[in-house]
Write a protein that binds this ligand. Structure first.
Ligand code: 0X9
Ligand code: ZN
Length: 760
């Protein structure tokens, strides 16, 4: 117990600076245990008896709880088993303090993700970092103080506005919930990294020239301080309102005037962790932020950062009924998720919280959207749900968490920076033709500026030189059609779509065009060697060790409930999928292997494409198993990997994804007949895995320029020499001069050549 003696003063020194740390003495006799609580009644009984659930919403099932000896006795008397997670919370806290002191550097000398991000920071440290950002970047950064807390603490932030003036704004806030220490760290890094990147990073500079950024790392300073204070509590969630009774605090994230006290994860009991407060927006911390947002008047998007579970939550948070902008909200959530995954491969699922977490009334995910239409999100940061780190992950998680979320933040700012939206509703064409034009649908819509339909245009080139322009055909409303001309086989088509706004703005697709362009391959023909929409079976075989859930062909029957596809991918009806039965079922006890029939690919240049579905995120041991796709030359016993999906990251939480492979680059150069096999392997018994395959196609783009009619001598233009050549062959059956192929060179051939007169 020596640590209690040496650390009972909660200001401990790590180098020269005294650092407050949670006092281990406050946790003596406490432990964190995992309890499997059978039902809602028992949950409420445990809460009423003073046990603290370390879950965002205490609910039946297995979860972590803080208990003391009395609590343990109670559990025993109720016949509940408590498995220890942290047996001695005081010793644990002392250990965490020591660990944190050891890794703390002297921050401030350098910028970016410097040693400040080595460890979780206290309120004074976060505030002095804000000061540092403001003074280091006084050209673009201004400090703000949006109000004070119940206990009189300042709620501080920073505004980044390059060049001043009014701009559309995006707001990022952290730490409505006191114990979620990773939240202010990831939030303040947004200010740090943007301020550092302005003028040094071209993407950030371009974004900050168009958008104002507001960063408020700690909305709940009293609660946050309480997690550090002697006599405080590391796992405190609410603010510190004096409720004039035995329990303090209001859950700020239940106090917003958006379905306030609506009954979704709310309580009117001041002792509850989800106490809604005496009225909507009753809390000074909530009104400070709310009033700031309303007075600003031009906040178009915001993110409220919480922990933990690695989720991106999209409005509305109190109902599954989709709001009018659901498509946009869900698409932006997807872009944020993709951007996050691109940094460290961590998958943040994005959806309505009622589907992936729980519904909640009176939260900050909804108030901005319902009040002024801002695209608003809540992000639950690291670690993953079920991770023992919970609200207290190792300090080494701070940097990767901040880095990946910064990428997500850039995706949101990028979205807002585009005053008009351009979408290619059916995707960009990937091939264009030598003999017919290629049209594709475009959607152009107002975001903060109305587009001028007359300026909607397609810019294209085939030779890397200057762009030619073609007006888009305005079909009415937001619908347009773009048409690419024909190209020759030797050209490399590149193109983009642009539109001007009525107030001087301009939007392009891709947004960074012309630095980034869309490209297409020129084809005169597409040869198809194999095309299977799974409506019939051309000879697939199923094998493997699984005891249940083998590959089967049919219309999906599971209803999409536990990671299985609700429908096939290509719309034909059937697909191949594992364990195609209604209800809760999946691959169990080994691998199921789906092997294709032989596919002929004479010559080279072939592409294999298929739709695949893979989900391993349900069940007690999510993200444990993989899906593999391999190929083999028919007659050979060896299989080579084409792709492995999982165990975590992109493509592991369902959704049909089109995969395509250049077979030459995949090692099939010289192979004439091959087959593939797809293996879904249930290696970890706790995981629920579901897989699907559809629309398998092997094809090759071929290109042969259409001969130029009338250019008999191949000079590249139809001219007098060609007319002379027809006249010279007049009356014969010369196949070159017989332009219409009717067996005789006659006046019709002269007319053909005259009609085509000019360049090819
Ligand atoms: O319960 C909360 O306030 C958030 N989870 S946390 O663990 N950080 O406390 C989630 C709120 C998400 N919003 C809605 N579901 N409306
Ligand atoms: Zn939270």
């Amino acid at each position: 117990m020596n640590y209690l003696v040496s650390l009972c003063c909660v200001c401990v020194t790590g180098g020269a600076v005294a650092v407050p740390m949670p006092d281990p003495a406050d946790y003596v006799g406490k432990q964190i245990v995992e309890i499997d609580v059978p039902d809602e009644v028992t949950v409420n009984q445990l809460l009423a008896d003073g046990l603290d659930a370390l879950a965002c919403r205490p609910s039946p099932g297995v979860g972590p709880w803080v208990v003391d000896d009395d609590g343990l006795a109670l559990l025993e008397s109720m016949g509940l088993t408590a498995s220890p997670l942290i047996e001695d919370l005081a010793a644990y806290q002392a250990g965490r303090n020591a660990e944190r002191l050891a890794i703390r550097g002297t921050h401030g000398a350098t910028r970016g993700l410097d040693s400040f991000y080595d460890d979780f920071r206290t309120l004074p440290e976060l505030n002095s970092r804000l000061d540092q950002i403001i003074s280091d970047h006084s050209d673009i950064a201004t400090g703000i103080m949006i109000g004070t807390s119940h206990e009189g603490r300042q709620i501080r932030g920073v505004v980044l506005n390059a060049g001043g003036g009014s701009k559309p704004a995006v707001l990022f806030n952290g730490c409505q919930h006191a114990r979620e220490w990773i939240s202010p760290m990831s939030t303040i890094n947004i200010a740090d990294s943007l301020a550092d990147g302005y003028g040094t990073d071209s993407t950030i500079t371009a974004l900050l020239d168009k958008v104002e950024i507001i960063v408020i790392p700690v909305v709940n300073p009293d609660g946050f301080e309480h997690t550090y204070a002697a006599g405080g509590y590391r796992f405190w969630r609410k603010n510190r309102r004096d409720n004039a009774g035995s329990c303090e605090g209001v859950d700020l994230n239940r106090n917003w005037d958006a379905d306030w006290n609506g009954g979704e994860s709310t309580s009117t009991d001041p002792c509850s962790d989800i106490y809604v407060g005496p009225g909507p927006m009753s809390e000074p911390e909530v009104t400070a932020l709310g009033d700031y947002c309303l007075a600003h008047g031009n906040i178009l998007a915001q993110i409220d950062f919480h922990s933990y579970s690695q989720l991106i939550l999209e409005p509305r948070g109190y109902t599954t009924a989709p709001p009018p902008d659901w498509d946009e909200l869900h698409a932006v959530g997807g872009s944020i998720s993709d951007a996050i995954a691109s940094v460290h491969g961590v998958n943040y699922t994005h959806d309505n919280p009622c589907n992936i977490l729980y519904c909640a009334s009176g939260t900050l995910i909804d108030w901005p959207y319902d009040s002024y239409g801002a695209l608003s999100f809540t992000i639950e940061l690291r670690p993953a749900s079920g991770d023992p780190g919970g609200f207290d992950p190792p300090s080494s998680e701070i940097r990767p968490c901040a880095e990946e979320n910064f990428a997500g933040v850039l995706a949101l700012i990028e979205h807002v920076s585009t005053t008009m939206g351009i979408e290619l509703t059916a995707g960009p064409p990937t091939t264009v033709s030598t003999d017919v034009t290629t049209s594709f649908p475009v959607r152009i819509f107002e975001r903060s500026e109305a587009p001028d339909p007359a300026t909607a245009r397609l810019l294209y080139r085939g030779d890397g030189g200057s762009f030619d322009e073609a007006d888009l055909l305005h079909l009415g409303g937001e619908s347009y059609e773009a048409t690419l001309p024909t190209f020759t086989c030797s050209e490399s088509p590149e193109f983009y779509v642009a539109v001007d706004g009525v107030s001087g703005g301009m939007a392009t697709y891709p947004s960074s065009a012309p630095s980034e362009l869309l490209i297409a391959t020129v084809a005169s023909d597409v040869a198809v060697a194999f095309d299977d929409n799974a409506e019939t079976d051309p000879g697939w075989t199923v094998s493997g060790t699984a005891s249940d859930g083998h590959w089967d062909r049919g219309v999906p029957a599971g209803g999409g409930l536990r990671g299985d596809p609700p429908a096939d991918a290509d719309g034909s009806g059937q697909c191949w999928l594992t364990d195609n039965v209604e209800g809760n079922s999946d691959v169990d006890g080994g691998a199921t292997v789906l092997t294709s029939p032989a596919m002929d690919i004479p010559g080279d240049g072939w592409t294999l494409a298929y739709w695949r579905w893979y989900s391993n995120t349900f069940g007690g041991a999510p993200n444990a198993d993989v899906l593999t796709v391999e190929w083999s030359e028919v007659g050979s016993a060896t299989w080579q990997n084409l792709e492995t999906v999982g165990p975590s990251g992109p493509g592991t939480s369902g959704g049909w994804i089109r995969a395509d492979f250049d077979l030459d680059a995949s090692g099939l150069l010289g192979v004439d007949v091959f087959q593939i096999r797809v293996t879904a392997d249930d290696a970890d018994s706790g995981s629920v895995i579901e897989a699907g395959i559809d629309g398998v196609q092997v094809s090759r783009i071929e290109c042969e320029d259409t001969p130029c009619l009338g250019d008999l001598d191949g000079s590249g233009e139809v001219d007098v020499d060609d007319i002379l050549q027809v006249l010279g062959a007049f009356g014969s059956n010369d196949p070159v001069a017989d332009t219409n192929g009717d067996g005789i060179v006659d006046v019709n051939d002269i007319l053909n050549v005259v009609g085509a007169y000019g360049p090819c």
